[in-house]
Design a binder for this molecule. Structure first.
Ligand SMILES: NC(=O)c1ccc[n+]([C@@H]2O[C@H](COP(=O)([O-])OP(=O)(O)OC[C@H]3O[C@@H](n4cnc5c(N)ncnc54)[C@H](OP(=O)(O)O)[C@@H]3O)[C@@H](O)[C@H]2O)c1
Length: 293
């Protein structure tokens, strides 16, 4: 089976590259932004024509600079909406199943219980709005073959993320102020990537109907944390001697607003696909080990 991973050099894309050897019978094609620009319709068509037989596209390509997006709305929209639509149309034409990632930031409401997939969405900010528009554009273009996975606070030992930033700053400073009133769940990118590969495995084995994968699915690690909790755990588990001071969002203004609460309810994906999800602390430990290897 042939699987194309777009945006293959980002955090999540790179995790698929690392996990690929676990599936020696499958052929992965890893396309970074330099190999395939998902906003170029002709390039996408040409790429799929040059690589016949692709059964799945896993779209890891995205504009993810949440604050910068406020000053680059056209660029964010082009990648997150137009790119997603172009990929979905290309997949629909060829009967290729599409996995597309979206964000917990679409759930920016007053709700304070874990979000289910059908709870109301209200994205604020360019990044969040383009992520919602992108998942809708892809689903509209290819309703029967697009799996949208909303995830949150993604980190890995590769790429730029909160864990690496905290480790760097924690070694430079004796004290750090970290927001304590935004609540969500960190997601270790290798856990997310492995869950996707297990889902693909189930569909490939014929135990699941192709169409049943379509729609929106939430995935993050288990547990709940604030950014303050997350920073504290990073320092505790890596023996970094840095005092973490809890602050409020209003004391750390950013160009884009983040939801105060965006914990995801994962019951749907766990029950339907029989997936077990590790707690975020357990996965953080794995990441810290990987960073020291
Ligand atoms: N990171 C998070 O905390 C988070 C949270 C929730 C959801 N998500 C979602 O999860 C998915 C993966 O995120 P990530 O953290 O892996 O992002 P990432 O590390 O920023 O990677 C995104 C990748 O997309 C590539 N890309 C950008 N424009 C492209 C284009 N036009 N064509 C092809 N590739 C392009 C980038 O390549 P260049 O670097 O060369 O531009 C980069 O390698 C995204 O859909 C994101 O919205 C992420």
């Amino acid at each position: 089976m042939k699987i194309l991973v777009t945006g293959a050099n980002g955090q999540v894309g790179a995790c698929f590259q690392r996990l690929a050897p676990l599936y020696p019978d499958w052929r992965f094609i890893f396309a970074g932004s330099g190999d395939l620009d998902i906003t170029e319709k002709q390039a996408v068509d040409f790429f799929l024509a040059a690589n016949p037989g692709v059964a799945w596209v896993i779209n890891c390509a995205a504009y993810t600079a949440v604050d910068k997006a406020e000053s680059e709305p056209e660029k964010a929209r082009n990648i997150n909406v137009t790119g997603a639509k172009i990929l979905a149309e290309a997949c629909a034409k060829r009967g290729i199943l599409l996995v597309h990632f979206s964000s917990d930031y679409v759930y920016h409401t007053q709700q304070n219980t874990p979000f289910k997939e059908h709870d109301p969405v209200k994205p604020k900010g360019v990044y969040a709005r383009t992520k919602l528009a992108g998942e809708r554009a892809a689903t509209r273009a290819y309703p029967e073959g697009t799996m949208v996975i909303r995830t949150s606070w993604v980190y890995a030992s590769v790429g730029q993320n909160f864990v690496k930033t905290m480790l760097r700053l924690g070694k430079e400073r004796s004290e750090l102020r970290v927001v304590a009133d935004q609540i969500g769940t960190p997601t270790y990118a290798p856990d997310l990537a492995l869950a996707v590969l297990k889902i693909i495995e189930k569909v490939a084995a014929g135990t699941l109907d192709r169409v049943s994968i379509s729609g929106v699915w939430n995935y993050s690690n288990e547990g709940v944390a604030s950014w303050y909790d997350f920073a504290q755990a990073i320092f505790d588990l890596s023996n970094v001697d840095c005092h973490v001071v809890p602050i409020e969002t209003q004391d750390y203004p950013t160009p884009a607003q983040r939801p105060p609460f965006s914990v995801l309810n994962k019951t749907k994906i766990k029950n339907f696909f029989g997936i077990e999800i590790p707690h975020w602390r357990e996965s953080l430990e794995k990441c810290l080990v990987a960073l020291n290897e």
